[in-house]
Design a protein around this ligand. Structure first.
Ligand code: BGC
Length: 462
């Protein structure tokens, strides 16, 4: 190959890398949004003098917005394109963050967090779709894991920034500062090319060629890819009709729903949203609460690498078993320590360590793997629908967990609340054994064939 062609390809690879970074920024914002509320709560509660019940609404209105956003996202990104959906989401993100910072009443805050949620729901559906459509085929897996990792990094950064602003009790700063990465994201996505796949879908073949030429740099590769996309689009998406007509597809949709409910009922977001409160209830003062929360965030990031390293080597099911065992043990011991009342420093530190153990268990298993499995089990014709339904389920169950934790603590008691979640994790071992297929090293076509032939769900993989 001559030097000019090589330079063009090198240039194109860098361009594709830049595109991926921008779309992964969507993951970062997802994480910032999840993380930011935990440190702000106590100051919000004090300033507006609101009950735990109202505080739960402040926390969970974001997830309700995200559920609505995710439900709208498939339609938006189909009609207006992936790029315009991302631009719309970026704008909502900036507006929502600024109104949060300026909120004059608890109701205004609840409304602004709903808007923020819409932004995240749309981005959380559209960005992975865009990434998968634009990534060079040999780097697709890596790009999607990057997106996962970005979520945990976003949570961690939000925890750190909350810790910094906690010294001036600056909850408005905590909530407002994330407009900055939001604005960067918005500027970035405005410069993105439209997804070539969507362009082909809309019969804009010349535009698709031009975008791919810029991304890949090699005319032969562009021709192959356009041919492949055109071939794939011969299988039109017909999710809803398939859902009504085909029992086997209903089974995979149901499995996607169950997987997401399970992920949320592990209790992970109890920790992500309420960690400082949990540390307060263990007897720690404000600055220790905030720093421990930052450590929770860092642990969550680091343990995600374990999943990335092992998921294609030892498989999904062994990792899930290990994760549920670790989570059940961690939460079980936290509950037990809460029950005994933590009299000594050692017991209090042990409680922190066990909460961290729980986070490790989640981050190397159910966190990334549920998203992976959800995208693997749906047949091609119903993939958009199936993934859309499971994503909405993620946010709905996320909202329920967020909206009930303080009520549970107050009504049911600390120990029993943690035991409840520990028990869920123990039950999920059974769920894993009975229903989850092992999808490692199996092509999506093989999974689809077995599913549609009526094999039991646990057997549709290897
Ligand atoms: C979950 C989120 C959670 C995050 C924590 C994701 O996989 O879907 O609800 O906040 O992990 O890292």
């Amino acid at each position: 190959m001559n030097t000019i062609a090589t330079t063009a390809i090198g240039h194109a690879r860098r361009h594709a890398g830049f595109v991926a970074i921008l779309a992964a920024l969507a993951g970062l914002m997802f994480g910032l949004d999840v993380g930011v509320i935990s440190g702000a709560q106590q100051f919000i509660q004090r300033e507006f003098a609101i009950s735990d019940r109202t505080l739960e609404n402040v926390v969970s209105s974001m997830m309700v917005g995200a559920a609505v956003g995710a439900a709208l996202a498939a339609w938006l990104s189909m009609h207006f394109g992936r790029k315009r959906s991302l631009v719309f989401s970026g704008s909502l993100f900036v507006i929502g963050s600024l109104i949060c910072a300026a909120a004059w009443s608890p109701e205004a805050l609840i409304g602004a967090r709903f808007v923020l949620g819409l932004a995240i729901g749309i981005a959380a559906f559209t960005a992975p779709l865009y990434l998968a459509e634009i990534a060079p085929p040999d780097r697709r897996g890596a790009m999607i894991s990057t997106y996962q990792l970005m979520i945990t990094i976003g949570i961690f950064v939000a925890f750190l920034s909350d810790t910094g602003f906690s010294y001036i009790e600056g909850w408005r700063w905590m909530l407002g500062i994330i407009a900055l990465p939001g604005a960067l994201f918005l500027l970035g996505v405005m410069g993105l090319p439209e997804s070539p796949r969507w362009l082909v879908l809309k019969q804009r073949h010349a535009d698709a060629d031009a975008v791919l030429q810029k991304l890949r740099g090699d005319p032969a590769a562009v021709r192959d890819e356009v041919a492949e996309i055109t071939e794939q689009l011969r299988t039109p998406q017909q999710g809803w009709r398939l859902f009504l007509q085909n029992r086997n597809f209903r089974r995979s949709v149901a499995l996607g729903i169950a997987l997401q409910v399970v992920q949320q009922l592990t209790g992970i977001n109890v920790v992500m949203y309420y960690a400082p409160r949990i540390f307060a209830d263990m007897g720690y003062a404000t600055s220790a609460q905030m720093w421990f929360t930052a450590i929770v965030g860092l642990t969550n990031v680091l343990a995600t690498f374990i999943a990335i390293g092992f998921v294609d080597k030892i498989g999904r099911k062994p990792i899930l078993y290990a994760g549920f065992v670790v989570m059940a043990i961690g939460l079980g011991i936290v509950g037990w320590l809460m029950y005994m009342g933590m009299g000594t420093q050692v017991e209090r530190l042990l409680a922190v360590a066990m909460l961290l153990l729980f986070v490790v268990g989640f981050a190397f298993s159910a966190g990334p793997l549920v998203w992976t499995l959800c995208s693997e089990i749906q047949p091609l014709k119903g993939r958009d629908f199936g993934i859309g339904v499971s994503t909405v389920t993620n946010w709905v169950s996320n909202a329920i967990v967020g909206a009930t934790f303080l009520t549970l603590l107050n009504g049911f008691g600390h120990a029993r609340t943690f035991w409840l979640y520990a028990a869920f994790n123990a039950v999920f071992l059974l769920f894993t054994w009975a229903l989850i297929p092992e999808t490692r090293g199996v092509t999506l076509e093989q999974i689809e064939r077995k599913l549609m032939a009526g094999e039991r769900l646990r057997n549709i993989g290897a």
